[in-house]
Design a protein around this ligand. Sequence first.
Ligand SMILES: [Zn+2]
Length: 456
Amino acid sequence: MPDEDRTAYQRLRAAHLSAVRAALDDHVARLDRPRAAIERHRTERLRALLGWARERSPFHAARMGEVDPATASVADLARLPVMTKAQAQEEWDAIVTIPGLDRAGAERVLAEQRWFSYTPQGHQVFSSGGSSGVRGVYVWDWEQYVTLACLAWRWQVRADRATGVDGPARLAVLSAGGPPHASTPLFDVATDASTQTVVIPAAAPFDDVVKAVADARPTALVGYASVIGRLARASLAGELDVRPLRVSTNSEPLTEEDRTAIGAAWGAPVHNLWGSTEIGVQAVGCGVGDGLHISDDEVILERVDADGRPVGPDEPAARTLATGLAGRTFPFVRYDLGDEVTLLPGTCPCGSAMPRVAAVAGRRDDDFRYGGLLVPASAFRYVLGTDPRISEYQVHQTPGGADVLVVGSPDLPAVTTALVEALRPYGLSDAAITVRTVDRIPRHASTGKLSRFKPL
Ligand SMILES: [Zn+2]
């Protein structure tokens, strides 16, 4: 085992977490600043990012056109082209802004590191399959990680402080559990120096996950939404006795069924997070109001039409573009996230002026197309996610319907009939559905994420 690698990493990591805790007060305070102060802040952050990118990134310099970073506003972003996932990976060496760091070097870090690691300059290199299946390589610099960790955790800290509580005593972290995925460093964060954290790989056999969570006696839980939902169901079934006071979900869509199970099992506030390895943390739930608050001081989201033009808050958008203001080493400007979001009107009862989006239901990649017919993933979720005897499922599209794997002991003929009925309104009059029980559904080998929907 690479014990010395881990020890070297842990020493720098401890320093990094101290930097996160030092920055948290400012990030928490921003949540209650007036709208105008947030806008001033992010305009200057945008100018700083664009100015740096134009000088140090040939890729971005060539796309900057007539936009002057020194005077740019958020509205000026619409004058820049959209940045795609393919471009980000194919033009890596022209995008990165740090001398001596290129794609080949980043790949070497991934290949040679035996545990998470920092480069001599304090960068961390991550990789992710992503929901689109395209492998991506990403680099986060030291300050960027500090900001992203604050974005991921400041709502929980604010809520704890509002109720006069210190940070959690014991935090259980259900994530990939190891490199190269960024989930473990981002979520295994002791926001209070006295917080103990336990990392539990989400892809481990579920019985082992339950035992590890029980042994950890967590006062707070953070992790992949599907795993936390399944733990809540295990709690309701009497198979797990833990009492988390706060629950944070991430990396996968949080289904209404999982949210309901978490509420029924523990009655704890839920902070759902919408993020990406590219941008970091786009939005986080405050645990009070509906939806998720956009990280509006550090991320600029644009809802745009098919041609990349911004649309009004009430108009439907084809896609969401994100500009990550903390990402100086590898700037993402007008990056196509592939998610669709809806803005929520009004002010949140929590009092923050940070705007909100509705829960992100999942990528449109999850929807199934049958010829000209479109069946949303929610049609399957509604049946499979509400059956108390199904603890996990995966839907494989077939030419005329779907092959469904379930873990648990449901009434298979009844589930099959319910699915056929659920698809009928979308034009599939007699879908060919098969439902089979399996012992376990394999998770993604390196990230530990569960892919619930497999289109043809
Ligand atoms: Zn709120």
